[in-house]
Structures are given as C-alpha cells and as structure tokens.
Write a protein that binds this ligand. Sequence first.
Ligand SMILES: O=C(O)CCC(=O)C(=O)O
Ligand SMILES: [Fe+2]
Length: 312
Amino acid sequence: MSFVPVISLSPARASQEISDEMRAACLRNGFFQITEFNHILSSELLSRTLSASKAFFDLPLDVKSALFKENHICGGYEPYKAMNLDPGDKSGYGHNEGYSVASSGYPTAWPAEQILPGFRATMEEYFTAVNRLAGVVSGYLALGLDLSPDFFGDFFHGQLAHIKLAHYYRPEHSQGDEGSVGVAPHTDWGAITILLQDSVGGLEVFDQDSLRWIKVSARPNTLVVNLGDLLARWTNDRYKSTRHRVTSPPQGIHRYSIPFFSQGHPDYVVQVINSCIRPGEVAKYNPIRAEEYFKLKFESTYSIPALIARDP
Ligand SMILES: O=C(O)CCC(=O)C(=O)O
Ligand SMILES: [Fe+2]
C-alpha cells in the first residue's frame, strides 16, 4: 500500500470499498488523499477559495494586522512566525502567515467588504462545503471501524471547526536553509484535517513503518485528509495521528494552503471506543470534553501569551 493512498469518493463506488481503503490508511499513518468528491465540493469552489486566499495575503500588512486573532476560538490574522507547533524547539517558528475563519456563531475578524469584495462569502461557502465533506469522510471512518455510519454524527453536528489560510514564503534575501521551516514537525490536534493546497508542494509525513519523511504530492482537485490526536485518542491509538511538517518553498516562491480543522461539538465527551480496545488492553485515555481538550492543546502551543490571557 502506498504511504499516502489516493482514494476516490466517486458515488459510483461501493461505500465498503471506500471505507476499507480509508481503514488501511488510518492504521498506517492516518494520512490519505481524496479525489472525485465533486458531488460534495466542486473544483470551481476549490480554485475560487485559493484565489481569495491569495488576495487576502496581498493586502497591506497594517490592514491584516488590524484583524488580529484574539484567542483560540475566534478567527483572525496570525502574523508571520507567530506560531510554533513544536514547543520544545525554539527554532520551530513557522515561516508562514495565517488567517483563520471560525465556525459560524463564533467571531471572525473579517476584512471590510469594500476592501476584499466577495472574500467572506467565498470563505463561508468553502467552510460549509468542506464541513459537509468532513461529515461524509467521518461516515466512511465509522464504517471502517465496524460502527454505524452516523457514529461520529453528534461530534460533527454543530461542531467548532476552523479553516486556516496559510501563506508560506522565505524571508527576503534568505540563503541556504534560512526560513526553510514552513511548519515544524507536529501532529494535528483534532479529529480530522482536510487540506486544500496549491501546486507548489512542501508537505511531508513521517511514515510510521519506514521511519522516513515522505513527500505528499500536490495533485489538482485532490484534498489531503489526516487524522489528528483526538481521533487517535478516541480509537485508543489504533488509528494514527502522524507527525508531519511543511518545508518552505524556495526563495521567491509562495505557497498557499488551507487546512480545515475539525474540533467537534464543544460539549461532546470523547471516550475511547470500546471495540478499539483489544483483548488484554485497557483504555489509555480518560473521557474529555472536546472544548477542554482544545484549550489545553492551544495553551501549550502558541507563542503569544496575550492570546491565552484574553481567553473569554
Ligand atoms: O500547509 C500544509 O501543507 C499543512 C499545514 C499543517 O500541517 C497545519 O497547519 O497543521
Ligand atoms: Fe498539521
């Protein structure tokens, strides 16, 4: 099996076949790519969303800075090198700037409509579509675990999620390896991440069997799906949440990507799935409310103490 298999979601395929392929990928690295999901999310929307993201980052810095992300629940601007996903490594600050959009009902600092016409509408449209796609993928994941397809339904319904527009580039006049850390090695925190990326590439996964960094190809009309720590926890680590990183594009090249992070309904209590506990094993994790879990993760990661102090 490929390290990061490409799985077609074509409606012509049998659900069991799709879920079997996902299961194999989840047991290995928790990483796969999906294609042929046009019936859920159109390729036109994918390219419109990437273009809108580029237009946002082209705004002057003072306009973007005024939209500063206030705390881990809100959406807003995350300045260049604000985030270190590897808290133990001082050189782990990613060479990217970001802008996150929170679920509807949670505040996002939007640019004024006259500054970026249509931006908000495109992001909201993409958010709704990718959220729906996450629900569809979760149905296949449940089937792959021999659970009812709506097993994850209450977690995803009314969930807190966000998309993060990311813009990677090296510092001006950088040389050699300077600025090569796009995102330091990390695992994602949530249930599933769905990544939209342009054609530049740079995402790498640390394959759990060969113990090598594997490049994830950037394919048109294809999204990368990976499981986060919460799904690993939920399955008593049967399904994998794997370390990955982003290598910045060469000097002068810009890369745009948009991960969707699925965090679940804040009040949902995530408890190890009984059938994932093998004979002789015990549940490795206590039940935890999704909201509490994310607050703990956020506080250990971000480099801006003010963001945490101002938590509502
Ligand atoms: O931009 C990418 O390719 C992935 C980014 C990522 O892993 C993250 O933001 O968690
Ligand atoms: Fe990630």
